[in-house]
Design a binder for this molecule. Sequence first.
Ligand code: ADP
Ligand code: ADP
Ligand code: MG
Ligand code: MG
Length: 538
Amino acid sequence: SGCGICTKRCPFKAISVINLPEALENPVHRYGQNQFELFGIPAVTSGDVVGLIGPNGIGKSTIVRILSGELRPNLGDFQDPPGWDEIINHFRGSQLQNYFQRLSKGEISVVHKPQMVDRIPRYVKGKVEDLLTGIDSDRTDEVIETLEIQEIMGREISNLSGGELQSVAIAAAALREADFYYFDEPTSWLDVRQRLNAVKVIRSLAEAGKSVMVIEHDMAALDAMSDYVHILYGKPGAYGVVSNRRGVRVGINTYIRGFLREENVRFRKHEIEFKVKPPRVGEEGDILAEYTALSRAYPEFKLDVDEGTIYLNEVITAFGPNGIGKTTFAKILAGVEKPDEGKVKKKIKISYKPQYLSSDYTGTVEEFLYANAPSYGSNLFKSEIMRPFNLEEILDKPVSGLSGGELQRLAVAVALSREADLYVLDEPTAFLDVEQRLMAAKAIRRIIEGSNSSAMIIDHDIIFIDYVSDRAMVFSGMPGVEGHASAPTELREAMNAFLGEVGITFRRDKETRRPRVNKPGSFLDREQKELGEYYYLK
Ligand code: ADP
Ligand code: ADP
Ligand code: MG
Ligand code: MG
């Protein structure tokens, strides 16, 4: 049977390509018999940031491992791998010929920020300042300042949070002297402001004439940092194909449309449509729940929440820096944590997806769904949850062996399958790839629009937030010390308050309507700041 997106019988269960090029020949690399195959490899050019966009398991990290010299490409011959001469000859006439020539002789220097920063403490010991000041660079102060990590310089690397580790890893990579820089998923764990700080540092390398490649699932960040993009398509886990290089705007729009015109490949049935939603007039809607002003104090942190109203059938997003009390607020709504003062006025049924997920369940995904998803097996579950979250492909896996993205999909799917008045989802896009983020956003909207419920979603991905939100609330204050949450308001108002603090402006792409970061200091950036319109809805 097929994958549900095309009607043809195809050999793949969850294929993501609808019309495949007839002949896929000459792989760049194949891991082994019946193992993943990579077709094509992008070139990096000096003074540019080249972005890679595509689902998990499609070969992005493989590309970076090949280009950084960690993995020698075998041209598909895993039994009798070719030598460098044959590899170089394979790429003759292209930029990669010269690249591999120099790489094979050890003539080029590369820096590779790995995908899994949480593994760094295993092999890097000591304090942040030992690591960063130990790298000989005349940009040390500037990079530390741009990434806003001055405060953590004295901390042990082993005690850093995920977001702090990511910023330190980006700093360490950027400070090293090299010709080629590879950043594999630099924004995981980061809040919006930190993501844009990372964008600045990565762009500064290209502006200094370096060659940079990034793998990134946050489309707003990818858009802001890249000059060009390659789209990767194929069948995750089986094979991946690298598209032609496109300018970043056209490339991301092409990705959103799901159709590669030049290559004549459709890899998604539908375009993702960004709609500019008209502001909701709150007073006209039915009220789902109201809460009074709330507060919660820990020994070192205090949260104050303004009183607010949640309307029926709306999606509210909440955003702000890390360590500002978003999760604490989610827990109060979910009833997991009691406020010191204030209360939620009406008893409502909550389905809660916590930020941190544990996978100590001993059975398979299917067993977990049987036990925890009340509607599992129904047609509605199949169409509204199973398919968008692509659960079919992980049904037989043990829950304890799931990757971060797989566990996230399962957790969000289970939360959405419960009957509830309010769905509280804390960082549902963490560890999801770009395609899964869009599918999750669509699925959430469909469920909220089709049932008598609402959702409160905490997230850091602006494109996801824009797609999913009716209204929004902003958290501000001093991370780790005090936090303040505004009442839910119109998305535009909330964005203006938030982006004003971060100091960046967005416009909308004329064709796809997706939000795009304005270049700091550009005409639009200055004009919008003057008008106080940080987030253009037009
Ligand atoms: P991405 O970065 O796009 O998520 P990767 O390049 O990490 O994808 O992996 C692509 C595919 O290759 C995956 O299916 C992965 O399981 C497989 N793969 C990665 N490394 C190896 C390896 N050393 N041996 C066999 N298969 C591998
Ligand atoms: P966010 O979700 O915005 O990153 P959190 O709500 O998780 O923020 O945390 C806000 C602050 O409260 C952090 O400094 C955190 O260390 C602190 N905090 C959270 N939970 C507790 C707790 N149970 N005891 C003490 N401090 C806590
Ligand atoms: Mg990867
Ligand atoms: Mg949190």
